[in-house]
Design a protein around this ligand. Structure first.
Ligand SMILES: [Zn+2]
Length: 160
């Protein structure tokens, strides 16, 4: 059944398809303002490029790109990398970092929970015990009122 589209974004309530509001384009009932950010968070190349331009044009002053979390078995560390909306590293940026495991009955075990500061490359490096099963390990990054949660998993370099 085809539902009648609302005239407001179902996520943020913005009026859709307003000529004077570039971010109000209708993306299936949600505005491009919301959808673009979700797609960029998921690593969408087009969205990231587009959002960068919109940031430069002053349309997304509040945009904080999602952190990149890497785990490398051989080096035994979790790396959290913060980039600013222009794609440059956030240097000496403070944020709250939590590493935790999911247990049964929706309980969690916290392994790391501290305020950390990025280095000159915009990276924070945290040692992690590789003997543990990483399949149920998560990383939570908090910056102000924005929170990102992502799974810690080993990044395999794509073959090119
Ligand atoms: Zn919206």
């Amino acid at each position: 059944v085809l539902q009648k589209m609302g005239t407001n974004c179902s996520i943020c309530g913005r009026k859709l398809n307003q000529e004077n509001d570039h971010l109000s384009s209708d993306c299936g009932g949600d505005c491009w303002g919301c959808i673009g950010e979700i797609e960029a968070d998921m690593g969408g190349e087009y969205a990231i490029k587009q959002l960068r331009e919109e940031f430069k044009a002053g349309l997304r002053n509040d945009w904080l790109p999602s952190p990149k979390v890497k785990f490398n078995k051989s080096s035994d560390v979790v790396e959290v990398c913060l980039k600013n909306p222009l794609g440059e590293p956030y240097v000496y940026e403070n944020f709250e970092l939590q590493l935790y495991s999911e247990l049964m009955f929706k309980r969690t075990k916290v392994h790391f929970d501290k305020l950390v500061t990025t280095n000159l490359n915009g990276v924070v490096v945290i040692p992690i015990n590789k003997k543990r099963n990483l399949k149920k390990d998560w990383c939570k990054v908090t910056r102000g009122d924005k929170i990102w949660t992502c799974r810690i998993e080993e990044r395999v370099k794509p073959n090119k």
